[in-house]
Write a protein that binds this ligand. Structure first.
Ligand SMILES: Cc1cc2nc3c(=O)[nH]c(=O)nc-3n(C[C@H](O)[C@H](O)[C@H](O)COP(=O)(O)O)c2cc1C
Ligand SMILES: C=C(O[C@@H]1CC(C(=O)O)=C[C@@H](OP(=O)(O)O)[C@H]1O)C(=O)O
Length: 388
């Protein structure tokens, strides 16, 4: 299952095309729209989110609510487009008074993208480097999520920290108990009320100071069969595929599986998870590995923590160099999020869902949902016969 997106941040709409989707999968517009709404929410978002009301339009590949095995196209309208028709027209002459973007923002793609593509207007870069594109990704990922849900797999996320404000570090034994979160997540998407308050205060202060903040979030996937991915070829290890998927999200700068970097500080006996047999099923007594061993799912919940850098657009800007005058100036200051960690967590759920969906399709077939389900049932039954 693959997707490609197209669309500029202030163009008419975003498009995603998903290929390799088996036939017979139920797709719900409401589910996709609810993911789109979750991505738009989150404390710290900027003025743009008050303009957009992201809704998906499915224009191919689905008939009477079910996939038919052809490419699925999805679009999301940019309501802000109507304020940009002059500046973002596909054809015609550029207006004489067009304000070019010539003061690239440190930390964004502006400068390097302009140098690379030989343009004197960083807008050509930032329109596509903008994380507005992640709305199309989340719409596309809705298909992968429906596929996983049909197989009993749920992918969820929550915010762990924003700047210095963090949830108390859970022991990874607790993490092993991760089940679908029944906690009503606030607009900070953090299940810890005290930490939520501290995060919101940190965002308020950053906003008042013209600053921005990053943070960390956790992705958890439950209901996975053991053995997805492989130990046999480096590029196909699920670990590398999940890492690549998460690093494809703008501003993601770190990914930890299970205990992550903490594992490097501990001796082996305090890291590796003892194997136990419970009701005919191989489990682990703990889940420090975060559900991955040897590049494969272990059958325990998948637990990944990712780090997002602070938003590059600052209302108290850093120095930059004006591309016209080559003089030192303040970087561009434009409408922006102060913190988008809750939104990035929702995007990451989708990326993880795609990676997991592909691992299922490889292992159990890729054409018809009925065949895939039958293959999984047979696989699960075989796992229970080991040693008997
Ligand atoms: C959901 C989301 C929202 C974002 N919002 C903004 C924003 O409002 N302003 C901004 O300058 N960067 C924003 N970013 C970050 C930039 O897209 C990102 O930092 C930029 O692409 C450069 O990051 P990179 O070096 O990792 O590619 C956002 C990122 C995400 C994932
Ligand atoms: C539009 C979205 O995020 C945008 C990501 C973004 C950036 O530079 O990455 C800059 C901002 O856009 P604008 O300049 O239009 O205010 C964010 O709002 C979105 O998430 O839907």
């Amino acid at each position: 299952m693959e997707y490609i997106t197209a669309g500029e941040s202030h163009g008419p709409e975003l498009t995603a095309i998903v290929t390799g989707v088996p036939a017979g999968l139920s797709i719900s517009e409401e589910h996709i729209n609810s993911d789109l709404a979750r991505r738009q929410a989150g404390y710290g978002r900027g003025g743009r989110m008050a303009i957009e009301k992201d809704k998906v339009r499915v224009t191919s590949g689905v008939r009477f609510g079910r996939t038919i095995g052809s490419p699925i196209s999805l679009t999301v309208v940019n309501r802000d487009w109507e304020n940009w028709t002059g500046r973002m027209a596909a054809f015609g002459e550029a207006p004489k008074d067009l304000a070019r973007e010539v003061t690239p923002r440190p930390g964004h793609a502006d400068l390097v993208g302009a140098l690379k593509t030989n343009t004197d207007d960083c807008r050509n870069i930032l329109e596509r480097a903008s994380a507005r594109e992640t709305a199309a990704r989340v719409a596309a990922a809705g298909v992968a999520r429906e596929f996983l849900a049909a197989l009993g797999v749920e992918v969820m996320s929550y915010v762990v920290s924003v700047g210095d404000a963090a949830m108390p570090r859970e022991s990874m034994v607790d993490v092993a108990e991760h089940k679908p979160l029944d906690i009503e997540l606030s607009d900070m998407r953090c299940p810890d009320a005290k930490a939520t308050l501290a995060m919101k205060k940190a965002i308020d202060k950053a906003k008042a100071d013209g600053e921005s903040l990053g943070g960390t979030f956790r992705i958890v996937a439950c209901g996975l069969v053991p053995g997805l991915g492989t130990y046999a070829t480096g590029a196909d290890r699920l670990t590398s595929r999940l890492g690549a998927a998460l690093f494809s999200i703008p501003a993601i700068k770190g990914v930890e599986f299970g205990l992550g970097f903490e594992a490097a500080r501990r001796p082996g006996s305090r890291v590796h998870d003892p194997i136990v047999l419970k009701d005919g099923e191989f489990l682990r007594a703990s889940n420090n590995a975060g559900g991955l061993e040897g590049g494969m799912t272990s059958g325990m919940p998948l637990v990944i923590t990712a780090a997002m850098k602070p938003i590059p657009t600052l209302m108290t800007p850093l120095e930059t160099v004006n591309l016209d005058t080559l003089c030192v100036e303040e970087a561009s200051k434009e409408r922006s999020d102060v913190c988008a960690v809750p939104a990035a967590a929702v995007v990451a759920e989708g990326e993880v869902a795609f990676a997991l969906a592909n691992a299922y399709l490889e292992a159990f077939g890729c054409t018809s949902m009925a065949d895939i389900k039958a293959n999984i049932k047979a696989y699960k039954a075989r796992l229970r016969t080991i040693g008997r």
